[in-house]
Write a new protein. Structure first.
Length: 407
């Protein structure tokens, strides 16, 4: 029964909800501890590296930091790790649901690479692993003692991956995978470096050994990388809602500039939290980078209509074009949807097709049958506020057409 599409859409929504919640927890704790560490009062006597008094929710909190650990391990020790793990696991599940199961529509761009879906999925999965291995090698190669150069090389790696993804995947998938690539590095930092190093220190203390401060230093480097990568990851994950970001030939350059914005923004807040100055120049730098991004996004976003019509449908898409009721549904979509979802929209105020979805040709409509069914058939999400007055009978006709495809 085709209502499996409804179930699958709800599954995607549930996993996305979980992903957002866990990401909020991880990013929130990350930002908090970075700000706390930078703002500690270190002009105090004793073994502690610094302390801070804070007030929140009607209570006062006295926080102390030790570079290694106190002389005696506390009975209760809270570990901050599951926020990161849960975010990555839920994100990986969402990537599989949207870009692997829905790969024929969202993953592979046939104009860029003639690949089977399984090949695209293999590249998707392998690239995340390879990226971490390359990054980890760079960190362990001695560059850890030269953090600025290491950050430059990391930036070069991210730009190269964005360009590489764009040679194979759709613009939307490129942005998402670059975000997943970066998030994998961040979570792997926690799982493979930060947490094991902290366990070594705790084990040394429990067994009466003096911990080596190098483990804290290594963990601090990886944590700093995570801090600077957080904002770009959020942009990349949100980009699939904005064709101006992903549906332009310069999308990989836009992604590169977003990483630079992440550096300027975090530099400002890190400096302020450390009470080391007020680098307002970062405001101008961030604004100029964003203006450059907006300018790049105005490049031609879509191919000419003739080329789009010439692209053959996949066997899966062809079933919708051959199903009973397609001609009627085609006319309904043209009359109710194509004024916005066009290569040159005619609806006032719409400059580009929302989310890059085109509904002008028979091929366009067959390719987007799933979303038409969910957005304009089962639900009344489209047209927005029913501005084109789609009748109930029209929605029923769309439902019958898609179900007639027998999928």
């Amino acid at each position: 029964m085709y209502d499996f599409a409804v179930f699958w859409d709800w599954m995607a929504f549930a996993v996305r909800w979980l992903h957002v919640i866990t990401a909020m927890a991880w990013i929130g704790s990350s930002f908090y501890f970075i700000a706390l560490d930078l703002g500690l009062n270190r002009n105090i006597p004793g073994p502690a590296d610094g302390e801070e008094w804070q007030v929140h929710g009607g209570g006062f909190y006295h926080i102390q930091k030790y570079l290694v650990a106190p002389e005696r391990m506390p009975d209760h020790l809270t570990w901050f790790k599951w926020e990161s793990y849960s975010t990555w696991l839920s994100g990986a599940a969402l990537l599989m649901i949207v870009y692997w199961v829905g790969g024929e529509l969202y993953l592979i761009d046939a104009e860029k690479a003639d690949l089977a879906l399984w090949q695209g999925i293999l590249i998707s999965a392998a690239s995340l692993t390879v990226g971490w291995l390359v990054y980890d090698f760079l960190c362990k190669s001695g560059l850890g003692e030269r953090p600025t150069l290491l950050m430059v090389l990391l930036f070069a790696l991210l730009v190269a991956m964005g360009w590489g993804y764009n040679q194979i995947f759709t613009g939307r998938a490129m942005m998402l995978h670059l975000g997943a690539f970066t998030a994998t590095i961040m979570t792997a930092n926690v799982f493979f470096i930060i947490m094991p190093n902290q366990r070594i220190v705790v084990d040394d203390l429990k067994n009466g050994r003096t911990p080596d401060p190098k483990y804290g230093k290594i963990a601090k480097l990886r944590s700093t990388h995570n801090n600077y990568l957080t904002l770009p990851v959020l942009f990349l994950m949100l980009s699939n809602h904005y064709p101006l970001a992903f549906a332009t030939e310069y999308n990989w350059i836009i992604a590169a500039l977003v990483f630079l914005m992440g550096v300027t923004i975090r530099h400002y807040f890190n400096t302020r939290h450390a009470r080391a100055g007020n680098p307002t120049w970062t405001w101008l730098a961030t604004a100029l980078l964003f203006i450059a991004i907006m300018w790049l996004s105005t490049a031609p976003m879509y191919q000419p209509l003739e080329e789009a019509e010439a692209q053959p449908l996949t066997p899966y898409e062809q079933k919708f074009a051959d199903a009973d009721g397609f001609e009627n549904a085609h006319d309904i979509v043209l009359g109710r949807c194509s004024m916005c979802h066009a290569r040159e929209p005619v609806w006032e105020g719409i400059l580009w097709a929302p989310k890059g979805v085109l509904l002008e040709t028979e091929a366009d409509i067959a390719r987007n049958a799933n979303q038409i069914y969910l957005q304009a058939g089962v639900t009344h999400a489209m047209p927005p506020a029913n501005v084109t007055y789609m009748e109930p009978a029209d929605r029923q006709a769309i439902i019958r057409w898609v179900r007639n495809a027998g999928l």
